[in-house]
Design a protein around this ligand. Structure first.
Ligand SMILES: Nc1ncnc2c1ncn2[C@@H]1O[C@H](COP(=O)(O)OP(=O)(O)O)[C@@H](O)[C@H]1O
Ligand SMILES: [Mg+2]
Length: 236
């Protein structure tokens, strides 16, 4: 029995624009074990988002294989991918992506609605998650009524409401000031301490200091994969 949450082998991704091909990933191998928290770093255009989209089952590799929780998900149909994504993966994005007309509670409920969870249970779980990120008292506020850091907390609550085994965050602190970024990283660290596997894309070295493992991507390849002692007071 393997405790690998995800395993990529020789993953390539070629985009076709008109009749011009561009190889964004050129043979990526990556294993992530249950309970890890890692930063995926690399310069702009190196393939980080492409890799996250493949890991998050939003896109599929052109070549190579992908095992998620030991299951080969390389060749799933669109519907099977959506289903696995709902069940296994939570996403946090740089731009929060909250729905402006829904209050915070309703925003957190959205993925649970897609997952077919009954209304009373949705409400209960969404409130529990808002409470978990310290925003239960604002459940009935609209996104426009809270700060950027609070919006990102709501996005984290929404990502976790479906109890995914894997939390993916693409530049989650890209729109936040330093102090708020630190708060969000502390939240990820806590959630990781509670057992969630966390993969964070960032180009900010300060953010990568929070994770024990740092994987660097360059020109569509893993350039280095190192572990170090995370920033003092932070446990991953
Ligand atoms: N949908 C797409 N079609 C064509 N090229 C793309 C597409 N998405 C990304 N690319 C190209 O692939 C490379 C890697 O992009 P990306 O994964 O977004 O990098 P990063 O997140 O590290 O900045 C870039 O050169 C980008 O222009
Ligand atoms: Mg990117």
């Amino acid at each position: 029995m393997s405790d690998l949450v995800l395993s990529l082998r020789a993953v390539e991704k070629t985009y076709l624009t008109g009749d011009v091909e561009f190889q964004a990933l050129r043979g990526v191998d990556l294993d992530v074990r249950a309970g890890e928290m890692l930063a995926l770093m690399g310069p702009s255009g190196s393939g980080k988002t492409t890799l996250m989209q493949i890991i998050g089952l939003l896109d599929r590799p052109t070549e190579g294989t992908y095992l998620l929780g030991g299951r080969d998900v390389t060749d799933l149909t669109e519907n099977e991918r959506a289903e696995a994504r709902n069940r296994e993966i939570g996403f946090v994005f740089q731009a929060f992506h909250l729905l402006p007309r829904l209050d915070l509670l309703e925003n957190v409920e959205v993925p649970l609605t897609y997952a077919g969870i009954p209304a009373y249970e949705r409400r209960e779980r969404a409130l529990e998650m808002l409470d978990r990120v310290g925003l239960a008292s604002k459940a009935r506020n609209l996104p426009s009524q809270i700060s950027g850091g609070q919006k990102q907390r709501v996005a984290v609550a929404r990502a976790l409401a479906g109890r995914p085994r894997l939390l993916l965050a693409d530049e989650p602190t890209g729109n936040l000031d330093t102090r708020t970024s630190e708060e969000i990283m502390a939240l990820f660290t806590e959630l990781n301490g509670e057992g969630t596997t966390v993969v964070i894309v960032t180009h900010e070295p300060d953010i990568a200091e929070y994770t024990r493992r740092v994987v660097r991507v360059r020109d569509g390849l893993v350039e280095s994969d190192t572990t170090h002692t995370p920033r003092a007071g932070v446990r991953t």
